[in-house]
Design a protein around this ligand. Structure first.
Ligand SMILES: [Zn+2]
Length: 440
């Protein structure tokens, strides 16, 4: 454990510390953040005292990414939530965004240090230890994920950055430099198993003992995880962050039963119902969208930020000794489809279909007929067969039946030959929107 005194602190004690930090953060927002001063005042909270403490946080308005975007001007391209002067900013990350216009994430030196501290705790929880080697495939380019790379140094790992886009070089480095760990997206980890198998290189015989996966949902799904663990003969642990709030905020320990909040003390987590936006109790088994609040952020802090990440909560004590609620990501709210009132996550579809291995390859694409989340049944699902397998009506029926039982959704399963669906060295696209509809 990187910081045992922090990570095993009784949660009630943590909450008391966080409550004090939160009240200071609110006062800071009222004095420095034009965005939040206006937003909170409009909502009827005219001062930090009026907004109260963490126990009252659910009464405050949520923050949507689009609101921040809408506050950007040519004079202030970062947004009205910017709280510091130009000279205090040491780094500015970009997010690609879906509209094509990047949004900017500024950090002070202190913000960046807190990011690395939290990320290092999250990654260290996986069991990687100082002195070991790790290959990483995340770019140190414009995106916030690059900051997670500093966490490897903080842990004392010997970091071998390889980036994505050159699988040959990555596999060569694994072969020659014999790293104990690899950090990559679950999609790329799966792709590498196939890629290596086709070229006669056995990843399961490589030096890699741990796969640290992040960047998209999937690493926590049992069937998908089992496939990665078998292909690599390595232990898979998942980490999760969100650029606007922080990198690898959450990380799984060796018990592998949900991610701990490595960024405890820096970030406060809540759960909401994404439809009604009502706050939900963080009780065992609860599911909902994760909402995050900065507690000690300076450059452009966010309050009750909607992450669009849909998670399941675990509150039982973890054998590792770390305290606090754990979460497992079950999908992105943005990817969620609603079929006859039932929420369906494409990553959950992939998980159910993946259990039909070795008959299927594990690659799946959901092809909704209509734009937007609301869909009429049956939902078209394209399932790729394993190498050397041919389409079989009984298999399609069995998959359809299992999807109906597990996810309560009527689907239309189309089996396609091996290698039909696109592989990715970053994030997989699990939904293909209808092509005859114009984008936003
Ligand atoms: Zn644990």
């Amino acid at each position: 454990m990187l910081a045992p005194e922090v990570e095993t602190r009784p949660w009630a004690e943590q909450l008391a510390i966080d409550d004090a930090a939160y009240r200071e953060q609110l006062a800071y927002l009222f004095s420095r953040s034009g965005f939040y001063r206006e937003k909170l005042t409009t909502a009827g909270f005219t001062s930090a005292d009026a907004a109260g403490g963490l126990a009252e946080i659910a009464a405050l308005p949520l923050t949507e990414k689009q609101e921040i975007r809408a506050s950007c001007t040519p004079d202030n391209p970062i947004g009205a939530h910017l709280c510091v002067s130009r000279s205090e900013i040491v780094r500015i990350y970009s997010t690609s965004g879906t509209t094509g216009t990047p949004s900017y994430i500024p950090l002070t030196a202190g913000d960046l240090d807190n990011w690395v501290t939290g990320s290092a705790r999250s990654y260290a929880a996986s069991g990687v230890a100082a002195g070991q080697r790790i290959v990483s495939t995340y770019g140190a380019g414009p995106f916030a994920a690059g900051a997670a790379l500093d966490a490897f140094e903080r842990i004392g790992l010997s970091h071998i950055p390889l980036g994505s886009g050159n699988t040959e070089r990555l596999v060569r480095a694994i072969e020659l430099l014999e790293p104990e760990a690899a950090a990559l997206t679950p999609s790329y980890a799966a792709h590498l198993v196939e890629w290596s198998g086709e070229r006669g290189f056995d990843l399961s015989a490589s030096s890699v003992e741990r796969l640290l996966v992040a960047g998209e949902p999937g690493g926590g799904e049992p069937a998908f995880r089992a496939r990665l663990e078998a292909g690599w003969s390595a232990q898979v642990t998942e980490a999760m962050g969100i650029g606007d709030i922080g990198v690898s905020l959450w990380g799984e320990c060796e018990q592998r039963n949900g991610m701990h909040l490595g960024a405890r003390g820096f970030v406060h987590a809540e759960l909401i119902d994404p439809d009604s936006r009502a706050a939900l109790e963080l009780e065992d088994g609860a599911t909902g969208e994760l909402v995050l609040t900065h507690l000690r952020h300076r450059a452009a802090p966010l309050l009750r930020f909607r992450t669009r990440d849909h998670v399941r909560v675990q509150t039982s004590p973890c054998a590792c000794g770390r305290t606090g609620t754990r979460v497992t990501c079950i999908g992105r709210t943005d990817d969620m489809l609603v079929v006859r009132g039932v929420n369906v996550f494409p990553s959950a579809v992939r998980e159910v279909v993946g259990a039909f291995a070795p008959a299927v390859s594990g690659q799946v694409v959901v092809r909704p007929r209509a734009p937007g989340p609301k869909q009429d049944p049956p939902l078209p699902v394209c399932v790729e067969l394993a190498r050397g397998t041919s389409a079989d009506a009984a298999l399609a029926t069995a998959i359809r039946e299992r999807l109906r039982e597990a996810l309560v959704v009527q689907t239309q399963v189309e089996l396609v030959p091996w290698r039909t669906l696109e592989r990715s060295d970053y994030k997989s696209k699990l939904v293909e929107p209808p092509t005859d509809v114009e984008g936003p």
